[in-house]
Structure formats: C-alpha cells, structure tokens
Design a protein around this ligand. Structure first.
Ligand code: C5P
Length: 233
C-alpha cells in the first residue's frame, strides 16, 4: 500500500513490457494505472498479478453503458481487487448511482471516479454532439452531478484542478494526468503542470506515464519527483 500521490500509467502494448517496468518499481512508492490497450491484450490475469505483487491498481476502463451493465462491470472490477475504477459521468445520474451501489455491496470496495469531458474534446466537438457551452462549463456541470451521485472523485486536467477544488470541497479526489516534471520531455502533452504545481493546486493523485516509464532508471525518476514534491509541500 502506497501513500504516494503518484500513479504510474502502464501504457504498454504487452504484458511482458509492462511487467519489465513493474519489476523496476516499488509498490510502497507508487500505484499503477492499467488502461484499455493493456487490459484488452492481457486482461484480468495481469491485474491480479499486479495486485499480488502488492500494487494498488487504477483500472482505467471508463465504463459507459446502461446502469445494469456498468454496475456489473464495477462489481467485476471490485472482485479483481483493484484500488480505483472509473466511469463516464455522461452516462448519467442513474448509471453512476447503479455503479455506486454495486461497489458499496462488494466485499472489496475500489474508489469510484468519474470522467467528465475528455480533454481531447474542444468546444466544437462538444457542439457536434449537442453539448452547448465551453468545455469548462460542461466539466463543472458534470462534476456537480458526479458528486451528487456519490462518486469519490473526478479525473480532470491540471487546468481544471483549481476551479474544481473550489467547487467540490476537500473531500473529493481529483486525479490529474498531463503531469511533467520540469526536467522531463513533454512528448505529445501540451498543457502540462509539474507534480508540485498540481498538488499545490489541489490534485489528490497524479497520473504520470513517460517521465517514469521511459526513463533509463524509472525508480530514480520516481525519486526525483518524490523529492520535488517533498520540497514544495
Ligand atoms: O505518458 P503520460 O504521462 O503522458 O501518460 C499520461 C496518461 O494519462 C496516459 O495513460 C493517458 O492516456 C492518460 N490521460 C491523459 N490525458 C487525459 C486523460 C488521460 O494523458 N486527458
């Protein structure tokens, strides 16, 4: 079990690649995120392997379906022993409430987090699917709904953290990707924030991929981020 805010994104195409990295990390110092590509290739056995190694796993599958189906998927995630699972707030209140109930009735209860608007969606993309207003307005509306429906937190971009922390109070997890330490490559991320800035703005958990996974010494990269966080807190 880790007390670190750092969640390492295991964005690898194969189980072998993912496990090679995991062997070089430490479950007391970070959590792991398994997303759609790795899960679709390697499935529940990989998640169970990571859990057995002592890692807390964020299963980033962003469920979005009818309430009954999402409830079943969340139950299955809980049975896998994951630490966090997420669903789309645009699935609506009844879908989120069904997921909440399914998790609450499970023996092991992961954190249940909502995704509001994907950061890849610009205002024009939203208009095309019938959502008026700016991305920020839509994020705020869906964040409110997610909180009312009993979610434990929200995935959001660093640009939204300050606004959402103010709106949602302290008892709500904000999970942010788009994190880059000052010393690392930006890659394809454009609007980025350093780990210390994100935490100072109110982020609870930081999803960090390539600055750690592509580093020659991943544990050293993790340590540099830990030092940076300790210095600023
Ligand atoms: O390597 P990097 O640090 O950019 O990885 C970030 C992780 O967070 C990836 O798994 C990516 O899919 C995810 N993510 C993101 N931006 C979002 C939502 C998720 O980078 N808006």
């Amino acid at each position: 079990m880790s007390h670190s805010p750092i969640i390492v994104a295991l964005d690898f195409p194969s189980q072998a690649d993912a496990l090679a990295l995991v062997e070089r990390l430490d479950p007391s110092r970070c959590r792991l995120k398994v997303g759609k590509e790795l899960f679709t290739r390697s499935g529940p056995p990989l998640v169970e392997t990571l859990v057995a190694k002592g890692y807390e796993v964020f299963l980033d599958l962003k469920f979005h379906d009818i309430p009954n189906t999402v409830a079943g998927a969340c139950r299955a995630a809980a049975d896998l022993g994951v630490w966090m699972v997420n669903i789309h707030a645009t699935g609506g209140r009844r879908m989120m409430e069904a997921a909440r109930e399914a998790v609450d009735k499970s023996a092991h209860q992961p954190k249940l987090i909502a995704v509001s608007i994907l950061t890849s969606m610009a205002q024009q993309d939203l208009a095309e699917i019938g959502l008026s207003g700016s991305p920020a307005e839509n994020v705020q509306r869906l964040a409110r709904l997610a909180q009312q429906a009993g979610m434990d937190g929200l995935v959001c971009s660093p640009q939204e953290v300050t606004m959402l922390r103010e709106q949602l109070g302290t008892d709500f997890d904000l999970v942010t990707p788009g994190i880059r330490p000052a010393w690392s490559e930006k890659g394809d991320q454009t609007r980025i924030t350093t780990p210390a800035q994100a935490v100072a703005m109110g982020a609870t958990y930081l999803v960090i991929g390539r600055p750690i996974t592509a580093a020659p010494e991943p544990l050293e990269a993790l340590q540099r981020i830990e030092v940076e966080l300790a210095g600023k807190s």
